[in-house]
Ligand binder design. Sequence first.
Ligand code: E4P
Length: 215
Amino acid sequence: MKFFLDTANVKEIERINRLGLVDGITTNPSIIAKEGRGFKEVIQEICGMVKGPVSAEVVGLSVGEMLEEAHAIAEWADNVVIKLPMTENGLEACNRLSQEGIKTNVTLVFSAAQGLMAAKAGAAYISPFVGRLDDIGADGLQLVRDLKTILINYSYKTEIITASVRTLSHLAEAALAGADIATIPGSALPSMWKHPLTDIGIEKFLKDWESVPKL
Ligand code: E4P
């Protein structure tokens, strides 16, 4: 399973990259806004830090605006991926860009039908938002399972990015469902590699080690 970081914070990326856990990055306008830096500057810096795909989202809502932004962003780096909203215009832009060989990530996917349409329109990635679905009482992970089945049924090459990941169980269940990728907030991932029993175990080993003769 590939891990993407859902962040534009270079310190978070550096820390987790050192562990070999970063296969790519996803951003969105809210994530970019948090950094207080220019969009192009931060995306280019991140593209130089990771080998894998870095998603940068358009903000225009018309097809023309999306394509204009996408063409400009696509020039910023070889590993940049254009993130498009799951709308009628987003699907048209996705279709046009995929025909030009520009990779897209269709975001804000909340139903299996939306994901299927994005795959059919040529999306390289689709991003179902599991946390936001759970927030409204729906089952976000069931959407990931359904999308996996659909993509296998029709042999689509589109990869599933499990997005809006909030918990350890989102990550584990997404892996069990066969999601290609999970994108995890850079601030949340460190808590996911920790377990209280690991810490207690280390403490006990070190305590017991004190009684071993040091010869
Ligand atoms: C995915 O690409 C999105 O940036 C992200 O996962 C949104 O997550 P949130 O619901 O925690 O904002």
